[in-house]
Design a protein around this ligand. Structure first.
Ligand SMILES: [Zn+2]
Length: 103
């Protein structure tokens, strides 16, 4: 088995959300459904928190990871997720983005 990573990216390749799993064929669909539901519930914004690219410009990529099992992938991908969430929280409070939001 191989573990795949599906990412939703803005045109500047900021990772907006990602899921991983062993079924390559359904992974992108699962991620698209998840993002659609979160936007419908206003749980996430329909734009990139870093560069403000709108949801219409986002795209999806599915790639193989170096992991053979979900169990093997989980610790590394959890660390990556934590780092991404921390970076996103730091950048979304940036004065540059705050100024852009007022225009
Ligand atoms: Zn972006």
């Amino acid at each position: 088995m191989i573990v795949y990573l599906a990412q939703c990216l803005c045109p500047q390749r900021h990772a907006l959300m990602a899921v991983y799993g062993e079924d390559e064929k359904t992974l992108e669909w699962r991620l698209r459904q998840m993002i659609e539901r979160l936007i419908d519930k206003n749980a996430i914004n329909p734009w990139c928190g870093i560069c403000r690219a709108s949801v219409e410009t986002w795209y999806y990529e599915v790639a193989k990871t170096r992991f053979a099992t979900m169990q093997e992938a989980k610790p590394a991908l959890s660390r990556l997720q934590s780092a991404n969430l921390e970076a996103n929280s730091l950048l979304s409070d940036s004065p540059v983005l705050g100024k852009g939001a007022q225009n």
